[in-house]
Design a protein around this ligand. Structure first.
Ligand code: IMP
Length: 224
């Protein structure tokens, strides 16, 4: 893999990338630790389509505040461009950016990467492109969940090709052990088990995005 590709050179598991620094000189030099899966308990679900609540709204708020503080520290003088991946990252983006206390700009990208009901196809299609150029900007890609990593890999490569000064990834959730491609991720909200989750922006067939917490969808609802 080219040494000019900053973000996706390293380990076979994204989880293994945490705690180490990216090897490329133009990558941001910070990777923050992630709360362990066992750090939060599943709560009974108030919604009939969920087996349980995995992350409460209080846990989301507290972790996102910490992520905002980390980004503030790392990007104080960099005027970063935060790029939200529509639609799932919208709640994460609006809450996170209000916890970042330094100048920044925002843009959005919409991509489609789903071939079947609940796992990426690997084919990424741009549905809505950026309004701002990324050239010479310090980009932070905001994603709701990193599953196979194919979407973020595509986006990181794409922005690198457009001349971004650096590219970092902030994902609210990282599914443990499902990554199909190596990827360095600088900010992770929570590492979660390999289950299909909804709420706080995450959907199944466009539903459940507005739940204020993240819950596990009953498998019977998408098994077919
Ligand atoms: P990846 O390319 O496999 O990493 O997939 C990332 C995208 O897949 C996310 O932005 C979501 O849209 C979707 N996705 C992956 N896992 C889930 C899930 O558990 N719930 C809802 N959407 C998911």
């Amino acid at each position: 893999m080219s040494s000019e590709s900053p973000e996706f050179i390293h380990p076979t598991s994204a989880a293994a990338a945490f705690g180490k620094k990216p090897s490329s000189s133009d990558s941001p030099e910070f990777i923050h630790p992630t709360p362990a899966v066992a750090a939060f308990d599943e709560q009974p679900s108030p919604h009939g389509d969920l087996t349980s609540v995995l992350i409460s709204k209080e846990q989301l708020a507290s972790r996102i505040a910490q992520m905002g503080a980390d980004i503030t520290q790392d990007y104080a003088d960099k005027n970063p461009l935060l790029i939200g991946v529509l639609k799932g990252a919208v709640y994460f983006m609006t809450d996170l950016t209000r916890r970042i206390d330094c100048p920044l700009t925002m843009d959005f990208m919409a991509v489609s990467s789903y071939g079947d009901a609940h796992r990426s196809s690997g084919v990424v299609r741009i549905i809505k492109d950026l309004n701002e150029p990324v050239t010479d900007r310090h980009v932070i890609i905001l994603e709701d969940i990193l599953d196979t990593g194919l979407t973020l890999k595509y986006l990181a490569r794409n922005f690198h090709g457009r001349g971004a000064a650096s590219i970092a990834i902030a994902t609210l959730l990282l599914k443990e052990g499902t990554q199909a491609v190596p990827l360095d991720v600088q900010y992770v909200g929570f590492t979660i088990p390999d289950a299909f989750v909804v709420g706080y922006g995450l959907d199944y067939a466009q539903h459940y995005r507005n739940l204020p917490y993240i819950g596990i969808l009953k498998p019977a609802l998408y098994a077919e």
